[in-house]
Write a protein of this length. Structure first.
Ligand code: SF4
Ligand code: SF4
Length: 407
């Protein structure tokens, strides 16, 4: 007789998933339609059906070192086709928030940053800190004369305050990613593989946003995420050029150069792409709200922070050009507060997916699971019929597509 397995539910974990946007969790009756329609899951041991039952039962330990919740790209094809109206795409998003707590230390900051009760606090703390530091530097106020932002926050002030904030965010993220990697190796019994080749392949996949291309219902997520991703790269290049001009070439303020210079070109193209990407993301959320849900606070906080960074940067520049000092400097201050927030909350907010999804995608290759999938089923993409879905009551599993996955 087989040994009995004792299930030890962690009710706090279940409550946490529900509170983070996974309220549809209990509707799941394990039909596996979601797993069948998901075009992102590996064929071997696929998701998200198994994650739904683990989360229902509060099996928190199952998510320790589990790459699958991070392989999900939240396209919500599964949510669209669930015959019970459960939203596995959103539930996996809520589980991801719970697993960030396991890895990004201190975990209490994940709760603080992602709890809507505390949103005034998470804006007020960076605002007060920057106001105090600017006051100490003697520049907190509206300077006389032509609008020049370096009179308000000098380039050396920006470097002195923002570089440590970015280093903090990246360092916490990398430490969390290392713990996650070790747990994935242990949980999956994989202790060797081609790390260099896996990293290279992952970087190529991320650069081309290949997984997003397989989204069906939210196909526009490819464009919006692509724009936001490359806008960050463009803005990073503009910042690096700023450092080059100031610290290496000794120029006082490269940001006042003409619009044809690389620093301005990368800065403005990045800002326009960022605004366009965020607007598309918001549009996608509202357009599919009925079927997929409008998203959780965890999702909207990141959209809000990035959107405010983009909009305040753009408006500050407009006010500077128009010479409206009483508006230009306060808007610029808001811009600085949100950039600072973006950096320090990086490993605690949804943006932590940079580290954990990257690691999970790499592990899929490193462990050989992806190559195994390619041999088993070369044409991984499931064609999703446009007219079926929850309204019809017919599941994709019932429609005979289940042979593509091997649970
Ligand atoms: S399709 Fe819905 S009901 Fe079926 S297993 Fe997935 S989440 Fe559960
Ligand atoms: S949201 Fe998309 S990627 Fe995630 S499990 Fe559902 S279908 Fe798969």
């Amino acid at each position: 007789m087989a040994d009995a397995t004792v299930v030890k539910p962690d009710l706090d974990f279940v409550k946490g998933v529900i509170a983070a946007g996974g309220e549809s969790l209990k509707k799941c009756y394990q039909c596996a339609t979601c797993t069948v329609v998901c075009n992102v899951t590996p064929d071997k041991n696929p998701f998200p059906r198994k994650e739904m039952v683990w989360a229902q039962w509060g099996l928190k330990e199952k998510f320790k070192g589990n790459p699958d919740v991070w392989l999900c790209h939240q396209c919500n094809d599964c949510s669209s086709y669930c015959p019970r109206g459960a939203k596995p795409g959103e539930v996996l998003g809520a589980i991801r928030k719970q697993t960030i707590k396991q890895y990004s230390a201190p975990g209490v900051l994940v709760d603080l940053v992602n709890n809507k009760k505390f949103w005034p606090l998470i804006v007020a703390v960076p605002a007060v800190l920057l106001a105090v530091l600017l006051s100490a530097a003697g520049t907190f106020g509206i300077p006389e004369g032509e609008v020049i932002f370096s009179k308000f926050a000098s380039t050396h002030f920006i470097q002195f305050v923002f570089t440590p904030a970015l280093i903090f965010g990246v360092a916490v993220g990398i430490l969390g990613m290392k713990k996650f990697w070790a747990d994935m190796k242990q949980a999956n019994g994989v202790y060797s593989g081609d790390l260099k080749g896996s990293v290279t392949e992952t970087l190529k996949e991320v650069a081309g946003h290949q997984k997003f291309k397989s989204c069906g219902v939210s196909a526009d997520r490819f464009t919006s995420h692509f724009l936001v991703f490359y806008s960050f790269i463009a803005l990073g290049i503009a910042t690096a050029l700023g450092v080059l001009y100031i610290d290496i070439l000794g120029m006082e303020s490269p940001f006042r150069l003409g619009y044809g210079t690389p620093v301005k070109l990368f800065g403005n193209i990045g800002a326009i792409a960022l605004i366009a990407g965020i607007l598309l993301m918001m549009n996608s959320r509202f357009k599919n709200a009925e079927k997929l849900g409008v998203g959780s606070y965890f999702d909207w906080l990141l959209i809000g922070i990035i959107g405010t960074v983009a909009l305040s940067g753009f408006l500050a520049q407009l006010m500077r050009i128009a010479g409206v000092a009483p508006l230009a400097y306060p808007i610029y201050f808001i811009h600085l507060v949100f950039v600072f927030s973006l950096f320090i909350y990086l490993p605690f907010s949804k943006l932590a997916h940079i580290f954990y999804r990257g690691a999970a995608m790499c592990f899929l290759k490193y462990s050989g699971r992806e190559a195994e999938q390619a041999v088993v089923q070369p044409e991984a993409k499931t064609e999703i019929p446009a007219a079926s879905g929850p309204e019809t009551g017919e599941s994709a599993g019932e429609a005979g597509q289940a042979e593509t996955k091997q649970e």
